[in-house]
Design a protein. Sequence first.
Length: 291
Amino acid sequence: MLVSPQISATTYASVASENTLAALASAASISGLYGMVETAYSGITARFQRIDLAAIARPQQVGEPQTTASIKPDMPAKPAASKDAVFGSVTIPFKRLAAVKRFAPSLAEMESGAAINCNAKGCTNAAQVIKAALGQASQASIRDKLNTVNAAVNHAIRYRKDIETYKVADYWATPSETLARQQGDCEDFAILKMAALKAEGVDMKDMSIVVLFDQKRHFYHAVLSVAVNGNYFILDNMRDQVLTDNRLPDYQPLYSITSGKGYLHGLRAGNKQVASAMPLEKVAPGEGVPY
C-alpha cells in the first residue's frame, strides 16, 4: 500500500508566505500537492511571475549538489519565448538536488566511454544482448534507435528493488553495475538506456532522467526522456513501446537531471509559472513509497 508522502513546510520556506505554508503543510498526497497549487498561488506567484519559461528551461551552471530540500531557483538574466518542458511542465534549475550526486558516477562512466564496454570474456548475457542490439541499430533512424534500446534493456535486465539488490532504500546504479548484476529498478533502467544511446551518438543535452509520480498506479517512478524535433519520447521499463509524453497523462514529473544538472518540475497557473515541490530526498523511484 502506498504511504501518502508528507509535505515538509521547510521545503517551501524560501518561496511561500506563512499563510501558504500552513496550506502546504496540510497536504497529504501527491494529488493534494497538485490540487492545492491554486491555494499556494498567492504566496508563490510573486516570486516566480517574472520567470520566463524558456529561459528557466535552459541549462544553467550549478554548484556542487547538497542534500537539502530548500528551493533557491536561479533567476534568468534575460526573458525568452515560452516552451513547455516534458509532460507539459515548467522547470527551475535546482542546485541542491540530492539525486544529482547519486547520478554523478553514472555520468562519469558515460563520459569516459566505459559504461557499455566489456570484453567477450567479461560480458554478461545482458551486456551481450544490449551490445548486439546497438550493432543492429547503428545505422537506424533516431526513432528506431529509441525503440531498439528501450526493448533491449527492458528484456535484458530483471526488475528488482534497491532494497533487495543493494540493501538500501535508494541506490542509483551505474550502467556497468546494472549490467554486471543484470538487474535493477526503474532509474537503473533509465540510466542504462541513456548510456546505450550516448554510445550511439545521441547528445546528452537531449536526454533527461525524469523522476515522477504515476497517478494511476500510485507509485514513484523514473523514465528516460529524449527530446527529438520538439517532441519528448519516453523510454519506460513499464512498456516496450516508446510513447511521446502527451500520451502519458498520468505521469506527474517531480524533478529531472539533464547533463548532470538538476531541475524541479512544476505546473503552469494561468500566464504565470508556479513550481511545486516536496521532500524530494525522501522519494525512492521504484520503491513506491517515500522512505
